[in-house]
Design a protein around this ligand. Structure first.
Ligand code: HAM
Length: 438
């Protein structure tokens, strides 16, 4: 019989699902810091926060991201419909399609353009899990919808680059490319298909399959067999129409003015189909490769129309916070968080937990970090625990409480004095302030 009186099989050994992680308090503190930087930075650049659902009609992703992409074809977390007529839903693999769906749904075309939106939250991709690649991961995302660029392209890339700088990742480099538009890309893709057909004997089966359906994807194949074939492939940057070339040249000129270190990477094609023209990814220099991308984004001038709106240009990025946290740990720049309370409230009477709780509550209401020792143990043991906590003060409740007073022991200086309960919060706050700034 189990402890709850049911006849259960052997004790279960529950684990977080494969490819997901528990962010324990220390991990979560790092994420908090990343999110605070994202919030602060996007406010400075004029982005407003938006939240869209964690799941959408699957068609939003199928149409928006493209059916012949890994993200939709292999990695979409589809939600089993509850009834036959029910809509097909999927967990969001990325936020851009949902944000653009919201832009169309809420008539944001009538707002002053561009509409600059930002969100941070979990995304879901049923990928093969490994270091830096999870089935639930976090992105910091920005989208500027309604500006054809090219200046905003550089502004967004600079914003992404600044995020890494401000959170303390060093050596981040931007790879940029232009992948053309509907005017010049079809001819390029036809040329690419013809080129790869000359190597069909060398192409791995998955790439052969992709060749007819989405030839652009072969360019960033990670298959070792493709490295040599890809080295000789025609380059999109040599095939851009005048308008795309002019746009790309101007993005680079703007980046140079802003002092963002970038490198042109003609093989960078991105894993989602909505991109036009500018495409970019962020890497720690020397660690290029899909799995190491700290973030990426680009222009999507056809997406609003694809999802039912009027033709509207857009651009944005998504930065992978899990990978940023990993790199911060590798680079040794994770600052420990200070969780020590300012004061621990202890009592001479082991039984009187109410008095301790009441005094701690007064301090908390005044905005101070206070812990009440709620264990029914001797004063000495309570003081010992307060020292281990790293608390600056112990507030000791004894007989003086009847006169509205408590003893305050400075655990760092080793001094002790009587303080009126009415003055306690003010006195501790003042001591904390001079400690911090002195
Ligand atoms: P993405 O390149 O697919 O772009 O993802 C952006 C970033 O999310 C990646 O560079 C990586 O840091 C992180 N990421 C992606 N998949 C995983 C994973 N399985 N585990 C951990 N991190 C991951 C987008 O999602 C586009 N929505 C970006 C964008 C916004 N383009 C325009 N606007």
């Amino acid at each position: 019989m189990s402890p709850v009186g049911l006849d259960l099989p052997a004790m279960p050994n529950f684990r977080a699902p494969r490819g997901t992680r528990d962010l324990l308090p220390d991990d979560r503190a790092v994420f908090d810091r990343l999110m605070r930087t994202a919030t602060d930075l996007t406010a400075r650049y004029g982005y407003r926060p938006i939240e869209t659902p964690l799941f959408e009609q699957a068609a939003v992703f199928e149409r928006g991201i493209g059916e012949v992409t890994d993200v939709v074809e292999k990695e979409l977390f589809r939600i089993a419909p509850r009834t036959e007529e029910a809509e097909a839903w999927a967990l969001r693999p990325e936020p851009t399609a949902g944000i653009v769906r919201a832009y169309v749904q809420h008539g944001m075309q009538t707002w002053p353009q561009p509409v600059k939106l930002t969100t941070t939250g979990p995304m879901f991709r049923y990928d093969r899990p490994q270091a830096g690649r999870y089935r639930q991961f976090w992105q910091f995302d920005v989208e500027a919808i309604g500006d054809p660029g090219p200046a905003v392209d550089a502004e967004i890339i600079e914003l992404g680059h600044r995020f890494y700088t401000e959170v303390g990742v060093t050596g981040v480099e931007v790879l940029v490319n232009s992948i053309g538009d509907p005017a010049c890309r079809p001819a390029y893709i036809a040329e690419l298909v013809a080129y790869y057909r000359g190597f069909t004997a060398l192409l791995p089966p998955t790439e052969l399959d992709r060749l007819e359906r989405n030839a652009l994807r072969l360019l960033d194949s990670k298959d070792p067999a493709m490295v040599e074939v890809n080295a000789g492939a025609p380059r999109i940057t040599d095939r851009l129409c005048d308008a795309c070339q002019g746009h790309f040249t101007s993005v680079q000129a703007h980046l140079a003015v802003l002092g963002v270190p970038f490198r042109i990477e003609p093989g960078l094609v991105r894993g989602l189909d909505y991109y036009t023209r500018t495409a970019f990814e962020f890497y720690v220099a020397g660690r290029e490769g899909q799995q190491q991308a700290l973030g990426g984004g680009g222009r999507y001038d056809g997406l609003v129309e694809l999802l039912g709106g009027r033709p509207t240009p857009g651009i944005g990025f998504g930065l992978g916070l899990d990978r940023v946290a990993l790199v911060l740990a590798e680079q040794g720049s994770v600052a420990p968080t200070d969780t020590a309370p300012l004061a621990v409230v202890v009592g001479a009477d082991p039984e009187d937990t109410a008095a301790r709780l009441r005094v701690a509550t007064i301090l908390r209401a005044a905005g101070l970090r206070a812990r009440a020792d709620l264990a029914r143990r001797k004063l000495g043991r309570q003081l010992e625990a307060a020292g281990k906590d790293g608390a600056h003060f112990a507030v000791i409740i004894g007989d003086e409480l009847a006169d509205g007073q408590v003893q305050v022991r400075d655990l760092q200086a080793g001094t002790q004095r009587l303080v009126a309960l009415d003055d306690l919060a003010r006195e501790l706050a003042r001591a904390e302030g001079s400690h911090k700034h002195g």
